[in-house]
Design a protein around this ligand. Sequence first.
Ligand SMILES: Nc1ncnc2c1ncn2[C@@H]1O[C@H](COP(=O)(O)OP(=O)(O)OP(=O)(O)O)[C@@H](O)[C@H]1O
Length: 594
Amino acid sequence: MKILRYIPWVAVIVFGLLVPQLLGQNPYYLNLALEAATWALANLGLTVILGYTGQISLGQAAFFGIGAYATAIVSLHTHSLWMGLIAGIALTAIFGLIIGLSTLKMAGHYLAMVTIGFQVLISLVLNNWIPVTGGPNGITGIVRPHFFGISMLDDKPFLYLVIVILMLVASGVHVLRRFTWGRALRGIRENELAARVMGVNAFLGKAVAFTVGAAIAGLGGGLYASAAMYISPSTFNFTQSVTFLAMTVVGGAGSAAGTILGTVVLTLLPEFLRFLQNIYLVVYALIVLVVVVLLPGGIWSTVERLWQRIVAPTLPSLKSGSTPRPNLVTAGAPVLTLEGVSKSFGGLKAVDDMNLTVLGQEAHALVGPNGSGKTTVLNLISGVYPLSSGTVMLQESRINGLPADRITARGIARTFQNIRLCKEMTALENVMLGLHRHRRATFLGNMLGSPASRREQRDFEIRAMEALNFVGLSELALRPAVSLAHGQQRLVELARALVAEPTVLLLDEPAAGLNDTETANLLAVLNRLKSQGTTILLIEHDMALVTKLADRLTVLNFGRKIAQGSVEEVLKDPLVLEAFLGQDKEEEHAEAGS
Ligand SMILES: Nc1ncnc2c1ncn2[C@@H]1O[C@H](COP(=O)(O)OP(=O)(O)OP(=O)(O)O)[C@@H](O)[C@H]1O
């Protein structure tokens, strides 16, 4: 029932608006609620950075602090909290962007170290830049606004204001997750290389995630400063950053609702544990650990799973008869040209002076013994590796030297030998990621749930369903990729490449690991693609499949091209026979020896 889907929204809004009423006039609880609501904003920033994009930030309290101080200082000078908030958001966004830019060179633990360093630096500045920050004494007398003529000096109306702002930001973060940019960020988290090859500029995505995540924390910090009317550096230290991280992870970093839940739970927990006096921190830490270990997706992921059992998501509709269309090029015209392409890894020449021309609408197979450089050729074409020398032309334009996402945008799409799907995302979402290069809606539009974002979402859903239907998997569209069989995962990858409407489709051993039935099914799909005029460059060890599909064949051995031509011609070539027979003999020896 569609109406059931709105119940969580209504429940959240009613609960949020009831909280100030339920707390009555108790100043302690009102303060606690104000604190939790502003912390929840800092944590929503972390949802975008960590939960969606998978980037560790241990400096969220620094962003929160920069927002608080900038808001306090500017609002004290201008007597306007709104001016203060704008300054706070802008300044934290700039700092967020700077940290985000460091992701070009840093990832994982190194990035975590950068954010810790940033946190420590900001704490030092807040403590020691006394003329501006007031040093350890902090800043007092921070203004509270008038809003539509209502004074916010009382905690209760101010709490209402903060809760409304929190809900607006939370709904922005929530809807971002399902639209194009949110999907791209999640793609970066789950499989950055796959996302890049599907046309996502991962560096830009991470920089934007940090900028937006920091700006949201800055907003939270500004509201915190106004709520407390007094700030000092001790509120924005490393311990607070760790607390923010714990709140986000315990609730569920991957969703806005989980983040708010985690913030509420870990704000209230110390209150419930006060009776334990000295050992309450130990118990607090144990509870956090237990939740993190037992519920890796956070408390909310369990709630979400239960909810999906009650309200099962419905399959998007399919337009009958439509199929993904390749970007057609003239049959027989050169489409993809490699000239003098070489790639060395240290002393090893994996590809050596390779020349290759793929013609329009042909299926061209690249074969050769193990380690002969086939996958490296595909990696060079798709921008995964830079070339050591040579050029790669797609029709008239040179594509080597471009980043992978721009090469995809020019018309190259590929699959991988070792399947690279975003495993926690559904098959449908994985395929929709392949449509990233066709996006129109902006990041902000996605967060605001703009009509353009909604239209794009519907259009992408239909196109992705068509592609899944084309490979025979539309019924499994809503299953997480990780739950699909190996052969099905290969077809999802193929569907993901098809929706990009490539000029040239690169397939790296699509039949690897498939049984006979799955291989026959794959061959039928590839033959249908061929009959539509798709230009295909394929690596494959299954020579039966190659013989049935390929128009021409190029053979590599030790990184060098040793033969090229029609399948029949090439398979009679003595050099080719020697290369393959040599390999067979090696394999026989190996088997005899084992
Ligand atoms: N990133 C890398 N770093 C170092 N060496 C590499 C790298 N990628 C490939 N190589 C080496 O380059 C050579 C060619 O590897 P490549 O994977 O292109 O061969 P292949 O023909 O695709 O093999 P297979 O059929 O087994 O997949 C191999 O010796 C491999 O070890």
